[in-house]
Design a protein around this ligand. Structure first.
Ligand code: ADP
Ligand code: MG
Length: 603
């Protein structure tokens, strides 16, 4: 092929690929433009995971009508004029690429008006071409709508993930800016529903609570800005988790340099190092850190998405971060107290505990005996054995063989409980020898099969006397939102309650004394770590997480009746021999094996 210049539309699409990787990149660029425009109110709306629609509305300075078409040209920017200015960039944007890139791969509509112009302008573009332009009445600021992203680049479109996954990426972007700019009111609306809104009152703690939820925010320590002689030009502030709050990977360490979110292995490591021996290996802290330094000390012009930066003195930045986190861990009391007075964190806990108690009391009288036995397995709801209403059931007849098609290999024969050891394993006898059963793994298996069969056999629910509000914060709430249907099928009755909250009306009957807030939080965190899964597999992973959490733990003494009930339910499982994670639930020592071990063969 001879060498030739690419037609402009091809060149545009190639360039666009560097800036716009997925819907979240569009949101990032648009929000940065709104912040650069001095907006104090930014509303982000998305539909269909941002693939169908992204709209960002701000009340910033707006674009003069005459300049609007220029804004969509490559390398058109109002933020710098000369190369010198690259040395100390104080705005988030400066490359003049975003609007050109976005409009090259979507159908874009800009509506804008500046404060001193009487009317605004509406500009419609398709694949970089302006296809419509008219005067329009509009409030000062910008409204930018991006529809049908990648409609003209099918190869790129193929790489997009499910709506839920793309929404997750977007919500992370919005929450980051909401934290970095607490003086700006952020509203995030997905599918017409307000997912969260920050107050915009300049209080970073208030934004943190909205974004992470009161529960997590309550376990974070403030990092105070101090003069550090080692790094006089660097200021570090924000929040880091108490050592009791940790995660399975480092993605919960979020760093901002001059309020720009960045990824930096070196500084991430500085945070981890500050925890030194406080965390087990493989566990990482949660952190939101804001690092301020003179713009000339950091080069942000390293990468088109500006997510990586280069520090003039990387080792000084490292030490400044490490020392700031260290100070926070050493000296300070958690913010829980502040949060308590704002009436969030512990309120729902005690509320829940009280309601749960009345449920347990009511449940003792009302539940079917079999169900009640399972109820009593629950941690905390486990009354002293003498008071167990089941005490009288010890003479119940031997478990019946389950009806229905059996694969003899998988199903269990009827088992007779012999006893419990280490409050963790059950010993049982069957026609073919002895079984040693891990009570936690076995119960996980039982719950898992119940939940997976919920469509055919609805799960018994316990209606709460009063619905309770579960506050998760925007990020986690978004993850739960993906699976509301599955949760409602699995014995929960839960509905959106606005702004990162849900209203819980019922829980599975075997939920026991578990705190549902904790449960849903952990499930959401688990989901966040499983971005590799989509669709049914993701849903199944969620069910597995719930079962793990709800299953009776090792170390819990069970009455004979409870042991029998557990065995009976295990006998009814299709795959009783392994837990949902694939670990064995039991060891089997056949009568023949016993005889062999004791040298009785042929005796
Ligand atoms: P950059 O942000 O790097 O300058 P963009 O392509 O993102 O490049 O934007 C081009 C220009 O359009 C900006 O420099 C700014 O003048 C104008 N602009 C974009 N978005 C907004 C907005 N929300 N409010 C005001 N002006 C905007
Ligand atoms: Mg920009």
């Amino acid at each position: 092929m001879s060498i030739h210049l690419l037609p402009p539309d091809v060149a545009d699409k190639i360039a666009a690929g560097e800036v716009v990787e997925r819907p979240a990149s569009v949101v990032k660029e648009l929000v940065e433009n709104s912040l650069d425009a001095g907006a104090t109110d930014i509303r982000v709306e998305i539909a269909g995971g941002g693939k169908r629609l992204i709209r960002v509305i701000d009340n910033g300075c707006g674009i003069p009508a005459a300049e609007a078409p220029l804004a969509f040209q490559r390398h058109a920017t109002s933020k710098i004029r000369s190369a010198d200015e690259l040395e100390h960039i104080a705005t988030l944007g400066f490359r003049g690429e975003a609007l050109a890139a976005i409009s090259a791969v979507s159908k874009t509509t800009l509506i804008t008006r500046t404060a001193d112009e009487p009317v605004g302008i509406e500009l419609k573009l398709e694949g970089s071409r302006i296809i419509g332009q008219r005067a329009i009445g509009a409030p000062p600021g910008v409204s930018l709508t991006v529809e049908h992203l990648f409609w003209n680049t099918p190869a790129r479109k193929k790489f997009l993930r499910t709506d839920a996954t793309e929404s997750g990426h977007i919500s992370r972007i919005v929450t980051r800016y909401a934290l970095a700019y607490p003086e700006v009111r952020f509203s995030y609306v997905s599918q017409g529903r307000l997912v969260f809104q920050t107050p915009g009152d300049g209080q970073r703690l208030a934004a943190l609570i909205k974004v992470y939820g009161a529960e997590i925010a309550g376990q974070m320590l403030p990092v105070a800005e101090v003069d550090d002689p080692i790094a006089p030009d660097i200021r570090v502030s924000g929040f880091v988790s108490e050592p009791t709050l940790h995660r399975g990977n480092r993605s919960y360490i979020e760093l901002f340099v001059n309020r720009r979110y960045i990824q930096d292995r070196n500084l991430t490591y500085a945070v981890i190092q500050a925890y030194h021996t406080l965390l087990m290996t493989g566990r990482y802290p949660v952190a939101v850190l804001f690092i301020e330094m003179p713009p000339e000390m950091v080069d942000v012009n390293v990468h088109p998405t500006k997510a990586e930066v280069r520090f003039r003195e990387a080792s000084v930045a490292f030490r400044a971060v490490q020392r700031a986190v260290h100070r926070a861990l050493q000296g300070q009391a958690p913010m829980t107290r502040e949060l308590q007075t704002s009436g969030t964190s512990d309120d729902h806990r005690s509320q829940w505990a009280a309601r749960r108690q009345s449920l347990v009391d009511a449940g003792r009288a009302a539940s079917a005996p079999g169900q009640l036995a399972m109820d009593l397995y629950r941690q905390g709801a486990h009354p002293p054995a003498a008071e167990t209403p089941l005490a009288g059931r010890d003479d119940v007849s031997a478990p019946q063989r389950p009806a229905g098609p059996l694969s003899q290999d998988d199903r269990l024969p009827p088992l007779r409980p012999v006893g419990q050891i280490a409050a963790t394993y059950l010993i049982a006898e069957g026609p073919d020898g002895m079984y040693l059963i891990d009570q936690h793994a076995a119960h996980e298996r039982i719950l898992y099969e119940k939940m997976m069969k919920a469509e055919q056999q609805p799960i018994a629910r316990q209606q709460l006397l009063q619905p309770i509000a579960i506050e998760l914060g925007g990020q986690l709430a978004g993850l739960i939102a993906e699976h509301l249907e599955a949760l409602n099928r699995s014995g929960f009755e839960i509905e959106p309650f606005g702004e990162g909250s849900y209203l819980l009306r019922a829980v599975p009957a075997f939920m026991g004394a578990q705190d549902p807030q904790r449960l849903l939080e952990e499930v959401a965190l688990g989901l966040a770590e499983r971005t590799d899964l989509v669709g049914k597999a993701r849903e199944e992973a969620m069910i597995t997480m719930i079962c793990k959490r709800l299953a009776i733990k090792g170390g819990q003494a069970l009455s004979v009746a409870e042991q029998r009930e557990l065995l009976r339910q295990l006998e009814q499982c299709d795959n009783p021999r392994s837990c949902p994670h694939g670990r064995p639930t039991m060891l089997h020592l056949s009568a023949a094996a016993l005889e062999k071990q004791f040298g009785r063969l042929g005796a």
